[in-house]
Structure formats: C-alpha cells, structure tokens
Ligand binder design. Sequence first.
Ligand code: ADP
Ligand code: MG
Length: 612
Amino acid sequence: MENQAFQTEVRQLLDIVIHAFYSDREVFVRELVSNASDALEKLRLKQLTESAIYQPERELRLTITTDEENHTLTIADAGIGMTRDEVVEYLGTIAHSGTKKFLELMQETKGGTQDLIGQFGVGFYSVFMAADEVEVTTRSWDPEAAPVRWVSDGKEGYSLGEAPADTPRGTCIHIKLKEDAAEFSQENRVRYIVGKYSNFIGFPIDFNGEHLNTVQAIWMKNKKDVSPEEYEGFYKFISHTEAAPLSYMHFSAEAPIVLNSVLFVPEENPESMGFGRCEPNVALYCHKVLIDSKPENLLPEWLRFLSGVVDSEDLPLNISREMLQDNSLLRKISSIITKRFIKHLEELAKSHPETYEKFWKQFSRFIKEGIVTSWEHKEELGKLLRFESTFTEEGKLTSFADYISRMKENQKDVYVLFGESRAQLEHSPYLDALKARGFEVAFFTDGGDQFVIDSLMRVQEKEIKPISRANLDLPPLETQTDLPGLDEGRAKSLTDWVMEAFQGRFGKVTTGERVSSAPAIALQSAADISPDVKAYLKAMGQAVPEAHPEIEFNPHHPLVQKLADLQVQDADTAKLLAGQIIDTALLRAGMLDDPSRLADQTQQLLEKLLQA
Ligand code: ADP
Ligand code: MG
C-alpha cells in the first residue's frame, strides 16, 4: 500500500465534515446508495456500447450489510467500478460540483452554515461524518484494469494498493463506524434509512441477505398510483436535499413522442443563496436506462432550476454525448416539456395562487430570462408575469390577463412604466395622462424589465406600451380642462423658440396634455433607445448614440405661461428658465445626461432672483 495526501480542498472539506455537529448525518447513507445506483446505471449503459465487460453475467444489484457487533456498515454494488486512476481522481479530489460550491460558501461564511451539509449533500466524503475508517475495494468494468483498494481515516490522506485478484466487478465500501455513530450498524435503523430512498433505485437491493425493494421508476407509473410522499421522497433523493419541493409536474404522452417525465421546482431559488449559476438537474432516460444524468441541452437554460427525469423510448439507446448536442428529436422533447411545464405553472397560479406567488418571488427572473431568450414560448410566458400597478395595493400582484379584463372600453393598449420602486413610480409625471383617462399602468421595477417588455411586445393581441414614449396615441379626454392655457399662436411661438434656442437637442418640442402635475414632460422619441438599453451599452463600454427626447410643455401651467411672456420680454432669462424646466423634466424621466448643467442653471437663476 502506498500513502497519498488528499488535495487541499478535500482536507478542508473533511475537516468541516468530521467536526460538524450535524444531527442529520444519515444523509451519508443516501450519498453512498446514490453513488452505487449511479455506478449501476453507468454499467447498464456501458453494456449497450461495449462488448468486453468484466463479469458480464454478474447481476446488477446493490448489497447492504450491517454488522452490529463490529460496528460496521458495508455498501457494495456490481456497477461500473473504478480504475486506479479513477480512484485517485474521484476519491482524492473534489468531483461533486455541489461539494465545490459548498466548500466555497463555507469558506466565505467562515463555517457559519453547517446545516448546508444536509441540504446539499457533500457526496462521498459525507461518509466521514460517521466513519472512523473507510475501505473501498473496487474493480472496473474494463477487463484490463486491476482491482484497487483504498483506505482512509478521512484526515490527511489515504493509502492505495492492489485488491485481491478475485475482487468482483463493482465497488464495495466498508465503513468502520465512529463510536457515537454505532446506530448505523443497526439493522432496523439502516433498513429505515435505505427504505426512504430505495424505491427510486432501478436495481434490486440485497439487505442482510433479504431482498429489499421492488424496482420502480415513478415517472413510468400512472400519476394516480404515486402518492405525494413518493414524489417528495424521489425529489429528495435526486436533489440530495432534505427540503420538500415547492411544486412538481408528472407528465406522460404517447404521441407524437413517447414521453414520461417528472419535474420538480425547488422550494428556494438556488441562485439566490450565493451558489452562483445552478446546473440543470434533469436526467435523461430511455425506457428506464439512464443516458445522461445532467444533459446540457435537454431543457432551455432558463429552466435550469428544475430537477427531475425525462424518459423517452424514442431515443436511440446508444446515443452519444455528441449526438445529444444536436438532435432534432431532443429539441422536440425539449419544446414539448417546456410547453407543458409553462402550462403547469399557469394551472398552479389558478389552483394554488399562494404557491404560485411563492414561486414568483423565488423564480421570476428565470421566467423573465425565458421571455427574452426563447421566442417560441415568450407569449405563454408573458401570462406568467406578475407585477404591481396603479390599480393594485402596495405589495399585491396582478397579471396581464387581469389587467386586460379591467381595461376601459376606449383603451387600446396595455400601459407599463419602468423604474426603481413603486414609491418612485407613483410620483411619475408620466402617470398624469393615464390617470386622467382612468387607465391602469403596470409597474416594472426589476433591472432588465425593459428588455423583457421589449421582447414580449404584446399580450393577448394587445400592444404593450411604455408610457414614457412620445407616440402613445391616447384617446382624447372626455372632459376638457377649463384651466386657462396658451392660445395656438403663443404656444407655437414658444415651442418654435425653444426648438431654436436649444438647437439640435430635442427631437420635437410641443404643447399638449400628457402632463398636468408639472410644467413639462420629457418623452422618449421612437427613434431613441430606452434608458435600460442605454445603461447596458454604457456598462458594456459601447458607444451610446445621442438621444433626442421630445419635450411637451403643459400649456396650463403658470410657469409655462410666464415663460411665454418672458420669451418676448427677456430672452436670456427665458432661456435659463426654459432650460431649468426642461432639465427637471429630463431628470424625472431618467434622461438627464449632464446633471452639472442643471446645477449651473439653478445657481444662475438664483443669482438673477436675488439681483431683482
Ligand atoms: P458525485 O456522485 O456527485 O459525482 P461523489 O462525491 O458522491 O460525487 O462521488 C465522486 C465520484 O466518485 C463519482 O462521480 C464517481 O465517479 C465515483 N464513485 C463514487 N462512488 C462510486 C461507486 N460506488 N462506484 C463507482 N464510482 C463511484
Ligand atoms: Mg454522489
């Protein structure tokens, strides 16, 4: 036997695992059983593509043995096994991607989140929560590879050597339990733990010489025959978690493709917990044979928060990873499942609005990402959007469907407004014209929402219009204001003069009814890019085209009337005042490029005021 040290990260991880005071340490059984099951799945697939396999007749099964007298537990499988190099790589470095993230998070939080061990499962190394010493004997499927023996106490390193020549194919994990972990050598205790997960293992389990479970794949069963507990247990098994799923969907189809699928939504958004971008966890099976546990392109990116299984008999069994990359059948499967899942969410919103609201809080950004990135589904995804509006109470959400049901008879379009927060948006001068007509305005306050709405464009055949746009095409007001205003001649002379005085800065200068609470409003011309896109271009270091907003004066505002007089009497002061009114409007619209100009003008105006 030769001694080797663990990779530094493994040592750090083991240090945490060994010293963790963790009440749920039975999860290590789940991890080992899951590895054994993976190894058996891999062998089953190997058998389809390789002709030379060591001990081809050996039955694909798991064997679990407890020895209460000697405080040991043994978990063995007849699976794919490991070569010497594989043992060094898999049991000496960090292979499990969740483990890597777990370790990073532990280091960031200085070990303050120990219950994450149970929540995420740290793979093989979790065995050291309960073990004094672990012995792994393994033999690869490859007839050329020699059997290997690996022994470790989970501290500094491990010793590696040859295993006896009669070692059968597969892997045997023999655990000498810590004194305070002797419970894991008790037959009843282990039977109970294994029982929680064993239903989901597609292989027979031999438990102390007794056959344990019947083989079943719950996604192949009829929905009616699966209990909520079974779904929950299956989810916990495949997601290596102790938390229940927020929602699940069981879907079967015969045509055009034979499909069976169970998909789970986790309770929390894994990306909001500091774990970074999550990996998809939906496995691909062909008639209960695992083809790939984490296929890259099975479902669209924005569904990466799901875990579950997709099984299709129509897939060729010997499909290679390369073929998975670009396969029209797979694309069809993806499209069908995605559609069905969106429908599931729609139904959830109707039948369990509170659950849907929870879902929305956790996963809204994925749905929005879907709208931006998946043309095919964006219309359906649009129905899943939730937002506050001028018609909702603070904190209460509504949907476009509800919005549309409330639309006034003379309202053609759906109106939206973007900003930082509801509080900010409620004071927006853009609302004036909509409020005057009794039209509802939807509030969008997440970064990137403008992209989302730009991509969506319409809902239920209705155009969505940001109310910061110039060409809103609103119906005339039912009751005209009887406030004094500027007559046509004075209005034209004012707007012509402003256009002239601020040469080239504005696309258009007009008077109109878009604003009543301020002297003027800055509108986004059709030719200009939106503030969101502008911010994005800036952040990317790209050139931002100059904007030419449109300015609309409120002819009923006393300041505007004063300005019209001043323009004739004192053009210099008039220009200062006009500049001030316009820049304030631009500021409120988030379109002011140069705030220092506003500051200068304020100062000059104040000086004038004091001189007078
Ligand atoms: P994960 O299962 O997520 O890859 P683990 O830490 O549980 O992470 O296991 C690390 C690796 O060790 C596995 O990917 C696998 O290659 C190997 N391994 C563990 N247990 C077995 C086993 N029983 N048979 C074959 N290989 C195994
Ligand atoms: Mg594992």
